[in-house]
Design a binder for this molecule. Structure first.
Ligand SMILES: *Cc1c(COP(=O)(O)O)cnc(C)c1O
Length: 627
């Protein structure tokens, strides 16, 4: 990693935590993975995928936007929106098949109305306020509200839930909430599919038998919310925040470090500068409080946390030098657990996880191997941040957005772009200055055939230290050579010929100024001519001129000659030269590209069809000469 700071996400540890937590699920319970706030800063998409693979039946997000982001990336699992949604967000909820939480009737009415207009029934979870007094229906209003909701035709009450106010600190109050929840449930005539109450901390103490779903959040990310949990289960930090030592400096006894002169050197020493600050989410309140780890040694933060820098004491640290890796949070040491760091300033581990690495990219490790990487969503779009498959998703959604037409966007993605991005290797090959000449010559000794000379010339980046010229006497046999990337020329031989090395001869083949050696070889009823030269290996990756000349025979009775443009080509010219007897040669072309109607030039004995040199011609273009 060469960045100023980065975040490593250990998916093995995440899975480990989920398995630890699952031990506390009751036999009939499943779990909902909370991935709100970009999965507490861990990256909602990757965490959602890992959680679903571990058996999560549901995902929880804070708002429709977060749900939409998961949908766009291909997550199809049910997604619950935990916070109250706004009326303005209803179209998105419907479009992306998200499940909103219902906490008031006005919103519910609007949702039912718009669902009806869209011809859908929207599943909802209804929230009961059992004592937290944040969102949800007050418990005394709940049953009557539920009745009204039940009469709204386009809503399906799929779930009922409540939330603990102090699951990690107040077992007694939590138990009161649990009893209140169960009391209300007992009065419900029809139980919905999902009933849920516990967050991760409540799983250990206040997990109601009446519920069949548990909402796992912070503990799945490896953070304890109280001390007793450590005796019950092991949790491993999933997130590690890292940076590098940017500078190492000396300091003299009595000198100060940082803003407001809050740290004074008690003796001569050394200190280091790390290029992250509170703007990177490293909390300001860790000033003179936090520690980092460099080369497995603990270094104390000295002075105030700046916006973009922190300073650490290196006086008793040996071997620390510029460029050394610095662990700021996580990394498998208890000292740097999010809850330990947050405790130093009486802060919240939840908040710390959400804010850490604001400028950082995330790297995902699975079984010790780097499996993917992603920028924080805050970062401006930079295409190199994304993997090929993710970029594919982004391109297709961008095209969709630009066209506002799903069907057309699908067509462009599947038919036009797939050839470039999905089916082939990453580098798209294309040809330039493509000039193809086909010459029919009368030979009085050969009655039924024209002697045929072809010359193909183009420029292209050399891929291999050899290439193949292929010839077959059926479309079917020739087909496989259209799929191969090492074939530069294909010729369809008349079916009357038994394929023989004398009926199709490569007379000259050049790359740059090298004359290539050719070896003719009949293989599976196809003629393969391998063209190679020892110097080609030095030209790989370089754009070079190709010349391929052949000599063959073409049946007079065919009356038709087809030439195909099989690769993306910039500038095409195809010339057909024919003997005097063929006076009435016609040409038709199927060109895909901007210029569908190339220029046709006719002289007494030739026909040339060409595009402008700068014009792109797409694969599957072709020209048919009839005589
Ligand atoms: C965030 C959230 C949770 C997860 O809580 P943790 O303490 O992180 O396990 C559960 N339920 C609701 C409604 C939430 O908003």
């Amino acid at each position: 990693m060469k960045e100023r700071s980065w975040v490593e996400i250990n998916l093995d540890n995440f899975r480990f935590n989920i398995r630890e937590l699952k031990r506390f699920l009751l036999p009939h319970q499943g779990f909902l993975q909370i991935v709100k706030a970009d999965a507490y800063g861990h990256g909602a998409y990757e965490i959602a995928k890992a959680a679903l693979a571990e058996g999560a039946g549901y995902l929880g997000v804070a708002n429709p936007e977060e749900g939409k982001l998961l949908r766009v990336q291909g997550i199809t699992a049910p997604i619950l929106i935990l916070s109250p949604a706004l009326k303005e967000e209803i179209p998105e909820i419907i479009k992306y098949k998200l499940v909103p939480t219902i906490s008031d009737l006005t919103f519910a009415k609007a949702l039912s109305k718009q669902s009806s207009e869209a011809g859908v029934v929207t599943p909802v979870h209804v929230k009961i306020d059992t004592g937290m007094h944040r969102s949800g229906f007050r418990s005394e209003d709940f049953l009557s509200s539920l009745k009204k909701l039940g009469r709204m035709p386009n809503l399906e009450i799929e779930g009922v839930f409540s939330h603990f106010a102090a699951s990690e600190t107040d077992e007694v109050f939590s138990l009161k909430q649990l009893k209140e929840f169960e009391r209300i449930l007992a009065q419900m005539d029809n139980k919905p599919k999902y009933i849920h109450l516990a967050n991760s901390a409540a799983l250990m103490h206040n997990n109601s038998w009446q519920t069949n779903l548990v909402r796992l959040g912070i503990m799945s990310y490896g953070v304890y919310t109280n001390r007793e949990q450590q005796d019950k289960l092991a949790l491993r930090s999933v997130m590690t925040f890292k940076s590098v030592l940017a500078q190492v400096k000396d300091i003299k006894k009595g000198e100060y470090v940082g803003y407001n002169l809050t740290w004074k050197a008690a003796r001569d020493g050394r200190y280091g500068i790390i290029p992250i600050g509170y703007a990177d989410g490293y909390d300001f309140l860790l000033s003179n409080q936090g520690s980092v780890i460099i080369n497995k040694q603990v270094c104390r933060i000295i002075g105030k946390i700046s916006m973009d820098m922190i300073t650490v004491d290196l006086t008793s640290i040996d071997r620390a030098k510029t460029g050394d890796e610095v662990v700021l949070m996580g990394g498998g040491t208890n000292l740097l657990r999010a809850e330990q760091l947050a405790a130093k300033y009486d802060g919240s581990a939840y908040e710390l996880l959400c804010q850490i690495g604001r400028r950082a990219k995330r790297y995902y490790f699975d079984k010790g191997r780097l499996v993917s990487q992603a920028p924080l969503s805050r970062r401006e779009f930079v295409s190199t941040d994304y993997s090929d498959s993710k970029l594919g998703t982004i391109i297709s959604s961008a095209i969709n957005q630009r066209l506002q037409d799903e069907e057309l966007a699908d067509l462009i993605n599947k038919e036009v772009l797939r050839g470039f991005f999905y089916n082939k290797d990453k580098d798209i090959q294309y040809r330039k200055d493509f000039v193809h000449t086909i010459q029919f010559i009368e030979d009085k000794d050969i009655k039924d055939y024209y002697v045929t000379k072809t010359r193909l010339q183009f420029r292209k980046v050399l891929q291999n230290d050899y290439f193949i010229v292929a010839c077959a006497n059926s479309d079917k046999l020739l087909k496989k050579y259209f799929l191969r990337k090492d074939v530069e020329y294909r010729w369809l031989m008349d079916t009357n010929f038994a394929l023989h090395t004398e009926q199709f001869v490569v007379t000259k083949v050049m790359v740059k100024n090298y004359n290539l050696e050719t070896t003719h070889n009949v293989k599976d009823s196809c003629l393969e001519i391998r063209c190679q030269h020892p110097s080609l290996s030095d030209l790989k990756g370089i754009e070079v001129d190709f010349i391929i000349e052949t000599l063959t025979y073409y049946p007079k009775t065919s009356h038709q000659l087809s030439i195909y443009v099989t690769e993306l080509t910039k500038g095409v010219s195809v010339k057909f030269e024919f003997p005097d007897v063929l006076k009435s040669v016609e040409v038709s072309s199927i060109f895909s590209g901007k210029d569908k109607y190339p220029i046709i030039k006719k002289t007494g004995n030739s026909l040339t069809i060409s595009t402008n040199k700068q014009e792109w011609v797409f694969p599957n273009s072709g020209i048919i000469f009839s005589y």
